[in-house]
Design a binder for this molecule. Structure first.
Ligand SMILES: [Zn+2]
Ligand SMILES: [Zn+2]
Length: 338
């Protein structure tokens, strides 16, 4: 029987183990993907450290998958072997629950989460429900595509649904794994783009990514600086700090939105500022497979790319630690040879 190498976690906070498993066959409604690259995202810690209840181990993590379909199960219209595809955090949806019937596929009550509820991209092959699969443009290398399936998708999809219009001031808080993509998308969507981060040394990077204004939150009050520009219609909050999010909210314009995509435990909100200016604080989920497909297509057309550090599958532990320590510049991607 043909086998494949995968990286599994056998228990919460257990080590990564490289093991051989039989190559699985896709069941009804699913495809098999030969994985070429898989990003290591901070949310992989949910599987690695057992942060969600009910995860069944052993589990193969990963939700920034880029690869090629190499087998198709029964009852899968529209997909065939040889197609280049990606899989992100949304691991598929049923299509018939009340949320799905209202078009809110991300909230599907039978929804799956890639690399959490089923084995995913830290390995040579994976099985994915067809509803989780996004078509990938031919001229996008797998290593560059992989981080777009979560970090790219999240920032792109949040911004395009943010209500901001071309020319509006849009600030991106944080210039890390999410933020370095968020600034590129904001600039390419035609927003007056502001990058906010700590330290003067990030200014050249912010401009290189497309920001026309940079605010050093250590030297300046970011809220006051945004108000000088008339306030931000949208602040996309990517920084992993509730304190930093609380500190910028005074810079939101009238009728504007503080849009949260960074998973922090808590932050302070001023109800008075919200009601006086009809301002909102809102969260945004990542996106579904069609949103990922749109993200990839937009990225190819506009030249938005992640900045990556790559590790071969054998060095997964090193890559994961590097990302968790906040040292990655800016995304970590596993390359998977065959
Ligand atoms: Zn992710
Ligand atoms: Zn559903």
């Amino acid at each position: 029987m043909a086998t494949m190498r995968v990286v599994q976690v056998s228990r919460p906070s257990g080590p990564f183990e490289i093991v051989e498993r039989p190559i699985p066959e896709p069941g009804a409604g699913a495809v098999r993907i030969k994985v070429e690259a898989c990003g290591i995202c901070h949310s992989d810690s949910i599987t690695k450290e057992g942060l969600f209840p009910g995860i069944q181990y052993p589990r193969v993590p990963g939700h920034e998958v880029a690869g090629v379909i190499d087998a198709v199960g029964p009852g899968v219209p529209g997909w065939e072997p040889g197609q280049r595809v990606g899989v992100g955090w949304n691991g598929g949806y049923c299509g018939y629950c009340d949320h799905c019937r209202r078009g809110a596929f991300f909230a599907c009550v039978r929804g799956q989460t890639t690399g959490v509820t089923y084995d995913s991209g830290y390995g040579e092959y994976m099985i994915a429900p067809a509803s989780a699969v996004a078509q990938m443009p031919a001229d996008l290398p797998p290593v560059e595509a992989a981080p777009l399936m979560c970090a790219g998708l999240t920032t792109f999809n949040a911004l395009r649904h943010s209500g901001a219009r071309p020319g509006d001031v849009v600030a991106v808080l944080g210039l890390g794994g999410l933020g370095h993509l968020g600034v590129q998308y904001a600039a390419n969507m035609g927003f007056h783009t502001v990058g906010i981060a700590r330290g003067q040394d990030k200014e050249p990077l912010a401009h290189q990514l497309g920001a026309s204004v940079y605010i050093d939150s250590e030297a300046q009050d970011p809220a006051a600086e945004l108000l000088k520009l008339g306030g931000a219609q949208v602040i996309l909050a990517t920084a992993p700090s509730g304190e930093a999010m609380s500190a910028v909210q005074g810079g939101v314009a009238v009728n504007g939105t503080l849009l949260i995509v960074g998973a922090v435990e808590s932050m302070q909100v001023s109800p008075l500022a919200l009601l006086m200016g009809c301002r909102s604080v809102k969260g945004w989920y990542s996106g579904t497979s069609i949103d990922a497909q749109d993200t990839l297509a937009f990225s190819v057309r506009t030249g938005v790319r992640p900045m990556n550090e790559t590790y071969p599958l054998e060095r997964v532990s090193e890559g994961y630690d590097h990302m968790m320590n906040g040292k990655a510049r800016f995304r970590v991607v596993l390359t998977i040879g065959h």
